[in-house]
Ligand binder design. Structure first.
Ligand code: GDP
Ligand code: IMO
Ligand code: MG
Length: 424
């Protein structure tokens, strides 16, 4: 069997958590491959509304194995809270969650350094979630990091102290307060919770599952435009959010990748700083934010909003090798008389371009096509036969531009609000 991958094509928050939860019954194993608690993946079903940060979105299905891969960075404090909130809902994650020995740990001093770095940047800050993601991946690539497997070594405490000390010296360079003593108790308590889980070389586990013909779904975090290499650098996260990240973040070979589900909203949002060519800083943008309830799942920050951008979507499809598109939040556009879609960029260098320029920070004048809105409540629809004509036209237009099929359309936050297309 091959690994199917589901990942975001925009700036994150495309609805990955919801759709992974919907797709989980079709798989045996769900695996997160990168990112950490900067992610907030929301799930809604029955009366439950839940946000996951580090734990894969298949966790509510007790018969499915969930894996946190080596590419993920884990904060024991947040992990412990996540486990406790699942337990309050009657879920026992010790039964179906496995952690990679090789996943790196986020230390309290990584969080402190994240804040110090953002503080020092002033107005040019990235708008990080301040979860310590950047500093932890820096230590990973700088070969100074601490991995989950290290917890069991006699030298662990010593290693921890040495790294914290190094971070405190760095903080001094930033002239930033570096006392983390009041956060350490909680952090070590979180480590004890981590220790109570299955901790393995998950690369063997995942490859063995494939050998046994089990079905594996890799769940991405963030989105392609936040990728460290291909995103709107430097306003990005610190990991590879693209399909290739699933190979390095789980230990699977490139020829083991099967379907790639590329998920995107019917419009665009971005949280944090950085360029956003189709951003709407007006009442239309406010309406999108209100209708879409666009407030961060992790930080609660209002998300910036704008029209769908097919130029960047096409780029994301190319980088990821997308095979199937998934459109979410179609219901949010129900109040609009007409909907704009960016189909080209006009930049200072080129008259019109269908490619992303080197820097999205330069002035880009998006070229739009106007399509009619559907002006109908679609949240209760259960089959594509009930789609308003204008919604079908919207989907067809996107499919033609991207030369890929939209196989799922989400029409509300609930697990039940999803419509499959192209069913024989
Ligand atoms: P993720 O990070 O990609 O998992 O996405 P988030 O959970 O951060 O943000 C998506 C938000 O939209 C959450 O509040 C979801 O409950 C919600 N959502 C997901 N799909 C839909 C949809 O089709 N319609 C509406 N209205 N909300 C949705
Ligand atoms: P999910 O998985 C949306 C953004 C932050 C900031 C930049 C860098 O829920 O889609 P970081 O904390 O990684 O140093 O922040 O990336 N960001 C996200 N935006 N959804 C996410 O995750 C994000 N994770 C990070 O807002 O602009
Ligand atoms: Mg999110």
């Amino acid at each position: 069997m091959k690994v199917d991958v589901l990942l975001g094509l925009q700036w994150g928050d495309e609805g990955k958590g919801k759709v992974v939860d919907v797709l989980t019954p079709r798989y045996d194993l769900i695996a997160r491959f990168q990112g950490g608690p900067n992610a907030g993946h929301s799930l809604e079903f029955n009366e439950i509304k839940h946000v996951l940060h580090t734990i894969p979105s298949g966790i509510f299905h007790p018969d499915k194995l969930n894996v946190i891969g080596n590419g993920v960075v884990i904060d024991p404090v947040i992990f412990k809270k996540e486990i406790e909130s699942l337990e309050r809902l009657g879920v026992d994650p010790r039964k179906n969650l496995v952690l990679s020995k090789k996943a790196h740990l986020i230390l309290p001093s990584h969080r402190m350094l994240d804040a110090a770095s953002e503080h020092s940047k002033g107005k040019a800050k990235i708008g990080s979630t301040l979860k310590g993601i950047g500093p932890t991946y820096m230590d990973k690539t700088g070969r100074n990091g601490i991995r989950i497997g290290d917890i069991f070594q006699a030298s662990f405490e010593e290693k921890y102290r040495a790294l914290v000390e190094k971070h405190q010296q760095l903080a001094a360079l930033y002239d930033y307060p570096s006392d983390i003593s009041d956060q350490e108790k909680e952090w070590f308590a979180g480590l004890e919770v981590i220790k109570s889980f299955r901790i393995e070389a998950t690369e063997y586990l995942v490859n063995e599952a494939l050998r046994k013909e089990e079905r594996v779904l890799a769940e991405g975090a963030q989105g392609t435009l936040l990728d460290i290499d291909f995103g709107s650098y430097p306003f990005v996260t610190s990991s590879n959010t693209v399909t290739a990240g699933a190979c390095t973040g789980l230990g699977i070979a490139p020829n083991k990748i099967g379907k790639v589900y590329g998920i995107f909203k019917a419009y665009c949002t971005r949280v944090g700083s950085g360029p956003f060519p189709t951003e709407l800083e007006d009442s239309t943008g406010d309406l999108l934010r209100k209708q879409g309830n666009e407030f961060g799942s992790t930080t609660g920050r209002p998300r910036r909003t704008g029209w769908l951008d097919l130029v960047s979507l096409k780029y994301s499809c190319m980088i990821n090798g997308v095979t199937d598109l998934i459109l979410t939040k179609a219901d949010v556009l129900s109040d609009f008389d007409s909907i704009m879609v960016a189909v080209a960029y006009r930049t200072s260098e080129a008259e019109t371009s269908l490619e992303l320029p080197y820097s999205l920070e330069e002035t880009i004048d998006p070229q739009y096509i106007e399509l009619p809105g559907w002006k109908a409540d679609i949240t209760q629809i259960t089959s594509e036969n009930e789609f308003p004509e204008e919604l079908n036209a919207y989907l067809n237009f996107i499919e033609e531009y991207l030369e890929l099929p939209i196989t799922l359309v989400s029409v509300g936050p609930n697990r039940s609000q999803i419509i499959e297309r192209y069913i024989d």
